[in-house]
Ligand binder design. Structure first.
Ligand code: FMN
Length: 365
C-alpha cells in the first residue's frame, strides 16, 4: 500500500510522532462537577496510537473559567488526581498527550460562576444571545471588566494550571487562545474596548496572551508549550478588523519564546459548487513560524494528505472525524469507510452513548 503523507513520521521538538493525525481538542461535557471521570480513560485510550498526538478537551484553569455543562478543570488536587489514570492510559498505548487549558471569559453565565458572580472579561459588554443550529438559544450574562491590577492573578491561574498538567503526567499543554474565549476577548478589537495597557493597539491587545505564554514557558519550558489561535474566526462576537496582522504579530511573538507548536484554525469553510472548500488562509503564518505548525478545520483524508505533502502544515488536527472514528489513523491507512458523527450527542452527558460507543473498524466489519 502506498504510504500517504498523513502517516509519515514527524519530529515535533523532542517528541517523535509516528504520524500526523492529531486529535483536535473536543469539549464533551462529561466531566461531572468539573472533575474528569473514569469513562474518559476509555474515550481517550480508544483514540490513542503509538506516536500519535492527542489534545484534551478544553480544561478550566480556575473556578471562574467555565461556561458549559460538566467541563473538566485542572486547578484542584482532585482534578489533577483524576487526570492521572487518563494520561496513563494514553501513555500505555504509546500516545502523546497535551492538555488544552482554557478560560471562557464572558462566554458564560452567572450559573457557572462561583457565588453566582459576573463572568470576567476584557470588557463589560455582554455577548448577545446566540441561536444554535437546532434552534436553541444560548444566553450569556453581563461580564465584569477585569481591573488592570487583577490581570496578573489570571495569568497566574494559567501558570498553575500548566504546572498541574505536568504534575498529572501530560507531555505538555496547549493554551486555548482561540474561538472567542478570554484570551481572544483581549486580542480582538471587536471585544476589547479597554483604555489601559491591555487595550487599544495590537501590541496592547496581545499583551495579556503574551504574559500568559511567558508565565507558562517560565514554569514548564517552551518545549512543552503549544497554543491554539483562530485569528479569522468570529465566534461569540469576537472578530478582528485585521486578522492577518493579528496572526502575524502573534507568530512573531511566539518565535521569541520558541514555543513548540502553533495550532491554527482555518476560517470557516466555504461551499464551492456544492463541494467543501477549505480557504487555506494560514500559509503566511505557517511560513513565519519557527516551530511545528498544526492546521485544523474541515479536513478529511484527501485534504489532509494534500496539505502535508505540499508543506502547508506539519500536522493536521481532526475534530468531528476523530470523535466518531476512534481508530481514525488506521482507517486513513486502509482508506476505510468512516463512521458518521452524531451531532446530537456531542455535548450530552451520557458516559457511553455518543462517547465511547463509536465502533472500531474490526467490530463494524
Ligand atoms: C463537539 C466539539 C467540541 C469542540 N470543543 C473544542 C474545544 O474544547 N477546544 C477547541 O479549541 N476547539 C473545540 N472544538 C473545535 C474543534 O477542535 C475543531 O477545530 C473543529 O471541530 C473543526 O475541525 P473538524 O472539521 O475536523 O471537526 C470543538 C468542536 C466540536 C465539534
Amino acid at each position: 500500500m502506498a504510504e500517504i503523507a498523513l502517516l509519515t513520521p514527524y519530529k515535533m521538538g523532542k517528541f517523535d510522532l509516528s504520524h500526523r493525525v492529531v486529535l483536535a481538542p473536543l469539549t464533551r461535557s462529561r466531566s461531572y462537577g468539573n472533575v474528569p471521570q473514569p469513562h474518559a480513560i476509555l474515550y481517550y485510550s480508544q483514540r490513542a496510537s503509538k506516536g500519535g498526538l492527542l489534545i484534551t478537551e478544553a480544561t478550566g484553569v480556575s473556578d471562574t473559567a467555565q461556561g458549559y455543562p460538566e467541563t473538566p478543570g485542572i486547578w484542584t488536587k482532585e482534578q489533577v488526581e483524576a487526570w492521572k489514570p487518563i494520561v496513563k492510559a494514553v501513555h500505555d498505548k504509546g500516545g502523546l498527550f497535551f492538555c488544552q487549558i482554557w478560560h471562557v471569559g464572558r462566554v458564560s453565565s452567572y450559573g457557572y460562576q462561583p457565588n453566582g458572580q459576573a463572568p470576567i472579561s476584557s470588557t463589560d459588554r455582554p455577548i448577545p444571545a446566540q441561536t444554535h443550529h437546532d434552534g436553541t438559544v444560548e444566553e450569556y450574562s453581563t461580564p465584569r471588566r477585569l481591573r488592570t491590577d487583577e490581570i496578573a492573578h489570571v495569568v497566574n491561574d494559567f501558570r498553575l494550571a500548566a504546572r498541574n498538567a505536568i504534575e498529572a503526567g501530560f507531555d505538555g499543554i496547549e493554551i486555548h487562545g482561540a474561538h472567542g474565549y478570554l484570551l481572544e476577548q483581549f486580542m480582538k478589537d471587536s471585544a476589547n474596548d479597554r483604555t489601559d495597557e491591555y487595550g487599544g493597539s495590537l501590541e496592547n491587545r496581545c499583551r495579556f496572551a503574551l504574559e500568559v505564554i511567558e508565565a507558562i514557558v517560565d514554569e514548564i519550558g517552551a518545549d512543552r508549550v503549544g497554543i491554539r489561535l483562530s485569528p479569522f474566526a468570529d465566534y461569540v462576537e469576537a472578530w478582528d478588523s485585521d486578522p492577518e496582522a493579528l496572526g502575524l504579530y502573534m507568530i512573531q511573538a511566539l518565535n521569541k519564546f520558541g514555543i513548540l507548536y502553533c495550532h491554527m484554525v482555518e476560517p470557516r469553510m466555504a461551499i464551492v459548487d456544492g463541494r467543501r472548500e477549505i480557504p487555506h488562509r494560514l500559509l503566511n503564518m505557517r511560513n513565519a513560524f519557527n516551530g511545528t505548525f498544526i492546521a485544523a478545520g474541515g479536513y478529511d483524508r484527501d485534504e489532509g494528505n494534500k496539505v502535508v505533502a505540499e508543506g502547508y502544515t506539519d500536522l493536521v488536527a481532526f475534530g468531528r472525524l476523530f470523535l466518531a472514528n476512534p481508530d481514525l489513523p488506521k482507517r486513513f491507512e486502509l482508506n476505510a469507510t468512516l463512521n458518521k458523527y452524531d451531532r446530537s450527542t456531542f455535548y450530552t452527558q451520557d458516559p457511553v452513548v455518543g462517547y465511547t460507543d463509536y465502533p472500531f473498524l474490526e467490530s463494524s466489519a
